[in-house]
Design a protein around this ligand. Structure first.
Ligand SMILES: [Fe+2]
Length: 296
């Protein structure tokens, strides 16, 4: 049994770093899933460093920590045959802080990233602890999001929902979506899915106790703009004031912790607490594996 009680933090009072012992494999750590999840509950994010990594070992490790995996439906490169291992979002630009799929009713509990190859420079993954973001914003802003829910409006084309849910028919889609709390949707003639999802911006995990966190997608899903199907507002459709969005962005920026990837690093993130994003880079060889799942 490994001692997970005395590991180093990623940054001051945030996260935990587990360095591999000589000869230690991800599968060895996967056998201590319960202890790892406890560490994640206290630290928000766990970085595994120095463990041998390939997509199959990565996937086996994630399977040990999760009861089910979630496939991302967007245009990400497929890595494993079952599509549960993919590369992260294509492109090389900056990506703002968000919680994965938190604009939908399908937010996974956990995000896993595995570094096959870092960019030759830059391209850090960024993290911000939503518990601290909540504490850092003004009393008025906290009160605003405690009293008012938010609404995300989005549209998925047919290829996207088919990939995400690994289904092929409208009937299967209805079976998945009908009765989801907060979700209203319409399946259009062209097969695309138009949806609105009403939810809290300040969340706690429903499956296990956690502290309230400002953990959402409001920093990446902007207000309504012409021709943009993805946007966010308050529940009643009224605009979230620009100065409020800016205040949140500034608070999160001041708390951002960059992860400078080393080959074979694996990062586990509590997706109900910690926001993630990435910094821009200029290297087509960067390969970061991604998997998402709900806790075992
Ligand atoms: Fe993401």
């Amino acid at each position: 049994m490994r001692d997970l009680a005395s590991v180093a933090p990623i940054a001051q009072d945030f996260g935990a770093v587990i360095e591999a012992a000589p000869g230690e494999a991800l599968a060895d750590l996967g056998r201590e899933a319960a202890a790892l999840l406890r560490l994640l509950d206290t630290s928000g994010a766990v970085l595994l460093r120095g463990f041998p990594l390939n997509p199959s070992w990565f996937s086996g490790f994630v399977d040990a920590l999760t009861a089910r995996r979630l496939t991302y439906g967007g245009p990400r490169e497929k890595v494993s045959d079952n599509d549960e291992v993919q590369l992260v979002e294509p492109g090389s630009g900056t990506f703002g802080l968000h919680c994965e799929l938190s604009a939908t009713p399908f937010r996974p509990d956990l995000c896993f990233f595995g570094c096959e190859r870092p960019a030759n420079r830059d391209g850090e993954t960024t993290l911000a602890d939503g518990v601290r973001v909540l504490a850092a914003v003004s009393d008025q802003t906290r009160a605003l999001f405690r009293s008012r829910r938010v609404k995300y409006t989005w549209r998925y084309d047919a290829a996207r929902w088919k990939r995400m849910f690994r289904i092929d028919s409208a009937e299967e889609l209805h079976a998945i979506l009908d009765g989801r709390p907060g979700l209203t949707y319409e399946l259009r003639d062209d097969g695309s899915l138009s949806s609105e999802f009403v939810t809290d911006a300040i969340v706690t995990r429903s499956s296990a106790p956690s502290s309230p966190a400002f953990a959402n997608s409001l920093m990446t899903v902007a207000g309504p703009r012409p021709g943009q199907p993805f946007h966010s507002t308050f529940e009643d459709g009224s605009l979230i004031p620009d100065e409020v969005r800016e205040e949140i962005r500034a608070a999160a920026a001041a708390l951002t912790v960059p992860i400078a990837w080393r080959p074979h690093d694996v990062l586990i993130i509590d997706n109900w607490r910690v926001l993630h994003g990435r910094r821009a880079f200029d290297d087509p060889g960067r390969r970061i594996l991604a998997m998402f799942g709900d806790r075992a």
